[in-house]
Design a protein around this ligand. Structure first.
Ligand code: ZN
Length: 410
């Protein structure tokens, strides 16, 4: 079965995750797709394919190499789609041999894909573009990756003459709500290295993510009855306001930074006159960069508090995740082999860094070095989401080539 046919079926299954849910997986409907994937893997002859009690799919394509020490490689994608846009009743449309003209989505004609407005679309003229119909996301993030891994698995099962080591397949729930690795069992998975297949344009290889901390400032003011407050009241809400107003206006925020620049970003505020709390996320590509920003925030707090002698403020920093490059640098073969596999598919590798975290960054620190390779998904988390069939086919080829390269290099 072609990668397109798989993709078209998978995107019609609603697997939206829910950030407010306390269950795991966050939505039961994610299992609808995961169950189907297990059945399909078993039909290919992959006998150990199963869905575990937490909603993860594990499967092994048994190695057929004569070499004893071929590393076990895992390919990983997530089955859930973003909570930002509905993923119910997705109606995928294939625009064959696209000629470069505007693609107007029929169910909401205000949704238009224009080649000059969407990254990489101009490179797709002549290709077959898949979109949704205008009222939903498409779900190429990450069902393109799921379909590609499934198709590569099918291909390997059909071609036993291709030598490879044990190949592990892992489909995770809840990546979009930041919980994709929460219940993963890496001991059971038993892989040495992994690749998430969840990147954008063909050739993309992402080996760097942000390093991330959370910071919380708890401000305790001096509370009095407002009628008797003269010379005494120190309002925690106003102190918090002063702190926020003291943040740089033209730098160090998400809206004023790009590429390798980090930021200090307030994400939550609550309080009463006696006590106020501000929560921040701090991002940078290095730990020194994080430290600088946290020191700066402490400096702002100290400065503001000088004007409120009866009040206090406590800044507490919590680690969230770390740049996976720190781990990947210790295992250069993971990146080298990805570059070789892409080259074999005629692709120039574009190394990129992600201004965010991935399941791969968490997996890397949990013991499975795991960069991210392209799936061809574009404009994700939007109704203009698209993917081209030709890019998905390239991704399948790269996955198969990766299996070959790891065996040959062993
Ligand atoms: Zn994704």
């Amino acid at each position: 079965m072609s990668v397109l046919n798989r993709f078209l079926r998978y995107v019609q299954i609603d697997t939206q995750s829910d950030p407010h849910s306390e269950t795991f997986p966050s939505t039961a409907k994610q299992r609808d797709l995961s169950n189907l994937l297990v059945v399909e893997l078993q039909e290919m002859g992959i006998a150990d394919a199963h869905l575990d009690e937490h909603g993860y799919v594990y499967a092994t394509i048994a190695g057929n190499s004569n070499k004893p020490n071929v590393p076990v490689i895992c390919f990983c994608s997530h089955v859930d789609t973003s909570p930002d846009v509905t993923g119910a009743n997705v109606k995928p449309i294939v625009h064959q041999h696209w000629d470069g003209t505007d693609i107007v989505l029929p169910d909401d004609p205000t949704q238009i894909l224009r080649k000059n407005e969407l990254h990489d679309l101009e490179n797709q003229i002549g290709n077959d573009i898949v979109t949704a119909s205008g009222t939903t996301l498409l779900g190429a993030d990450n069902k393109a990756g799921v379909a590609e891994i499934m198709t590569a698995a099918w291909y390997l099962m059909q071609h036993p003459e291709i030598k490879h080591g044990d190949i592990k397949i892992l489909f995770t729930p809840d990546e979009e709500v930041g919980r994709g690795t929460e219940q993963v069992n890496l001991a059971k998975l038993g892989a040495d290295y992994g690749y998430t297949v969840d990147g954008e344009a063909v050739g993309t290889l992402e080996d760097e993510t942000f390093s991330a901390d959370g910071a919380r400032i708890t401000i305790t003011g001096v509370s009095t009855h407002p009628g008797y407050a003269f010379g005494k009241l120190e309002n925690a809400l106003k102190i918090a306001g002063d702190i926020l107003a003291s943040l740089p206006k033209d730098s160090l925020s998400p809206e004023t930074t790009q590429d390798k620049e980090g930021f200090i970003h307030p994400v939550h505020f609550e309080g009463i006159q006696e006590q106020a709390i501000i929560e921040f996320i701090i991002r940078d590509f290095t730990e020194e960069g994080l430290k600088e920003k946290e020191d700066m925030l402490q400096g702002i707090v100290n400065e503001v508090l000088q004007h409120y002698p009866g009040s206090s403020a406590q800044l507490v920093v919590k680690e969230q995740y770390r740049n996976m490059k720190k781990i990947l640098d210790q295992h250069p073969q993971v990146i080298e082999n990805a570059i070789k596999a892409m080259k074999r598919s005629g692709l120039e590798t574009t190394a990129r860094s992600i201004r965010g975290g991935t399941d791969g960054s968490r997996l890397s620190f949990m013991g499975l070095p795991c960069p991210n390779i392209f799936a061809g998904e574009h404009a994700f988390h939007s109704r203009l989401e698209w993917v081209s069939v030709q890019d998905m086919e390239k991704a399948v080829e790269v996955i198969v080539n990766l299996c070959k390269v790891w065996e040959e290099e062993a």
